[in-house]
Write a protein that binds this ligand. Structure first.
Ligand code: DX5
Ligand code: ZN
Length: 216
């Protein structure tokens, strides 16, 4: 399977959100990555459900929603109504992760679990078979435009090995500091989906930047 690219709307120009989403629609992007933050789990607040609904209406790409909030399970019914494709919840926020993953699937969404940079991939050993995707944070969550953490490459390789050993189809998505250079290394290590914010939206030609990430 050719790798996917999921532009992170967090780095877009919010004064021109419609124009930015229409630009993504015209690009080779596979999904649209949408970061929801609560100011509690992460030291920043981004946007919430009203903005997500606008994105849903305007976007022709499936929505890839990354929840950086405590008690993510409370919002599963709401997200179901919005019609999103992939829902990622943080391992660090879920006391009953297995139950939450089942709830996401019962609501008709694909289920993904996100790991912070310090959380070992081995903690997923007994749930990996139930996941559509694992989102590995390659920066500390909360902000766009941070430097890539090199150790992430080892985590991607370890997770890929676990997936192959189990002979399952779980995707590996990576998020934070993805550029052409780090993107290439991440794909070599086994990543399937590249999220990218600043590299795309701060470029003078975002459609070309997406094309370059797709061509890696
Ligand atoms: C960080 C977010 C990322 C962020 C990535 O908490 O989860 O999706 O937007 O942005 P870049 O690619 O600029 O690091
Ligand atoms: Zn994200």
């Amino acid at each position: 399977m050719r790798h996917k690219v999921s532009p992170s709307i967090l780095s877009a120009d919010f004064g021109n959100l419609q124009r930015e989403i229409e630009m993504i629609n015209r690009s080779e992007a596979d999904w649209l990555h949408f970061d929801i933050m609560d100011g509690v789990f992460v030291p920043n607040i981004s946007f919430g459900f009203p903005v997500l609904k606008v994105a849903r209406k305007l976007s022709t790409k499936p929505l890839d929603v990354h929840l950086m909030i405590v008690h993510p399970e409370k919002f599963i019914p709401h997200l179901k109504e919005t019609g999103i494709y992939m829902l990622s919840v943080h391992y660090e926020t879920c006391r009953h992760l297995h139950r939450t993953v089942q709830q996401i699937k019962e609501a008709g969404m694909k289920a993904s679990v996100t790991l912070n940079p310090h959380t070992p991939v081995s903690l997923l050993d007994d749930i990996l078979q139930d996941l559509d995707m694992v989102l590995l944070m390659t920066v500390n969550p909360g902000f766009g435009g941070q430097d890539f953490i090199d150790h992430s490459l080892t985590k991607v390789s370890r997770l890929k090995e676990m997936i192959e050993r189990k002979n399952i189809q779980t995707l590996i998505e990576v998020d934070g500091g993805v550029t052409l250079e780090t993107g290439r290394k991440l794909l070599d290590a086994g990543a399937d989906v590249l999220v990218s914010g600043n590299f795309i939206f701060k470029s003078s030609d975002p459609i070309h930047a997406i094309h370059q990430l797709k061509s890696l």
